[in-house]
Design a protein around this ligand. Structure first.
Ligand code: TYM
Length: 332
């Protein structure tokens, strides 16, 4: 494994899905690999963001990443709009990707919904920018939650088509890294919907900033079913809400869902929910303390981003130069 890249949109509170599906894995991977993690503000503006909120969210999400344990000395942490190569390479990929490929992207269909004619063209070409993010650094491995898998398959196709169109062996093929027991955390209100920042119900998600009372209340209110708890994961397909809560327990305690089923199978949900809430508080509590400390120190957060941008630019420049050469842009 040579280089790791991943990104998160600075569009609001981080939630438990972001943490278990992605950020916690990033913290672990940085111990062994060269990593870049990006606040993807260009992606964020594919749907409307109020400028002041975007600035505030970018700092806040950066503080969240640092509080979760990303080490800015070891790892490059930066915001996307400050490295112009992302947008430049994305344009080239706009000319490589076929419309038919983009038409298959389920996230565009979900996000644009019935307002398709009114969606921004940025939202449509969003996956091309993702491919550019990764390939600008020739990253090979991309740790994400399950929901990003289709986009990464497209990134792979883009790399392959670029290589074959120009007869080069330039871009590596990207491997998604989908790790852990909570790769697709679902809404606490509806086991068929993923936990998401954009869900209108606050009770659907646990934010990284929720205090102990809010966490306990949301878990207490989480939807379940009237049966005793599942005894084996093969019951989850029929009982998605139960499966989701048990998956959260496994993710937070770093065990397997099989173990959680052995421990709680056949019991009532009430005791389990209390224990799940305590577990979530014990994992998130220290991160929140650190987040509060960092949020009070915006200069530190800005300094981390400034340093990250410089390092990212230095890594991106030779790759973009080589791409321009391959494509045939005159370099006077
Ligand atoms: P974003 O900001 O929606 O989410 C950041 C990361 O959190 C994961 N995630 C989840 N994992 C499990 N369960 C959930 N409910 C859940 N919700 C979110 C996401 O899979 C993601 O890993 N397009 C990306 C950002 C991006 C990117 C990239 C990622 C831009 N360029 C290049 C990788 C490589 C996004 O919107 O993530």
């Amino acid at each position: 494994m040579s280089r790791i890249f991943s990104g998160v949109q600075p569009t609001g509170n981080l939630h438990l899905g972001n943490y278990l599906g992605a950020i916690r894995n990033w913290v672990r991977l940085q111990e062994e690999y060269e990593c870049l993690f990006c606040l993807v503000d260009l992606h964020a503006i594919t749907v409307w963001q109020a400028p002041d909120e975007l600035r505030r969210n970018t700092r806040e999400v950066t503080a969240g990443l640092l509080a979760a344990g990303l080490d800015p000395k070891r790892t490059v942490i930066f915001n996307q709009s400050q490295v112009s190569g992302h947008a430049q390479l994305a344009w080239i990929f706009n000319c490589v990707t076929r419309l038919g490929w983009l038409n298959r992207m389920t996230q565009f269909k979900e996000k644009a919904g019935k307002q398709r004619e009114n969606a921004s063209s940025g939202l449509y070409v969003y996956p091309n920018l993702m491919a550019a993010d990764i390939l600008l650094y020739k990253a090979t491995h991309v740790p994400v939650g399950e929901d990003q898998k289709q986009h990464l398959e497209l990134s792979r196709d883009i790399a392959q088509k670029f290589n074959s169109d120009f007869g080069v062996d330039f871009f590596p093929l990207i491997e998604p890294l989908i790790m852990g027991e909570a790769t697709r955390v679902m809404s606490l209100r509806d086991g068929s919907q993923k936990m998401s920042k954009s869900d209108a119900s606050e009770y659907s998600r646990i934010n990284m900033t929720d205090d102990a009372d809010a966490i306990a209340l949301k878990i207490r209110r989480a939807r379940t079913d009237p049966h005793p708890m599942p005894e084996a994961p093969d019951e989850f397909a029929e009982r998605p809400e139960a499966g989701n809560l048990m998956g959260l327990f496994a993710g937070l305690s770093d065990t397997s869902v099989e173990d959680v089923c052995k421990r709680y199978g056949g019991e009532q949900f009430s005791t389990f929910k209390q224990q799940l809430a305590d577990l979530a508080v014990s994992v998130l509590g220290p991160i929140q303390d650190e987040m509060r400390r960092l949020t009070a120190e915006p200069d530190h957060v800005d300094a981390v981003l400034r340093d990250g941008v410089e390092r990212a630019r230095a890594l991106a420049a030779p790759v973009l130069d080589a791409v321009f050469e391959i494509v045939g842009f005159l370099r006077p």
